[in-house]
Design a protein. Sequence first.
Length: 165
Amino acid sequence: MSGNKIPVSVLVVMVSPSGDFLLIERADKAGYWQSVTGSLDFPEESPLQAAVRELQEETGFKASPVDCPTVIDAAPGELLQPGLLRPWPHSLQYEIFEHWRHRYPKGVTHNTEHWFMVCVPTDFKPRLAANEHVAYAWLGAQQAAARCFSPNNAQAILALANMLA
């Protein structure tokens, strides 16, 4: 049976002002930890709109999107301004795990992922969507990268940590 999920998604790396990274554990796959992720809900939705929506749905955080400076162009102090959702800009294509391919139209095997980041206020406590995630953890970059099931997610966390250093 095939699904109708759009093979375009977002990855939003959430960081605290102290440099810890938020990971959330998937409800549908125990032990699968990740940053905020999600697919476009409809073809006209932009990756930026999806990133804002997914942040709110998965953690309860309302971010203010900005176009610039991007993650690449911003100074470390700018990256740590709480509440600003920044485009990386970075996207990559990866092969969809076999156990999730049924969610996509028949024959779809790859997804394009767009990266974003947001710094949250020091006192932010995630409100998880119970049907999607069961736990959260604030971790240093190395610990967070090691816990991610997705190598792309780990790469994003380590890259952002290097930019903040």
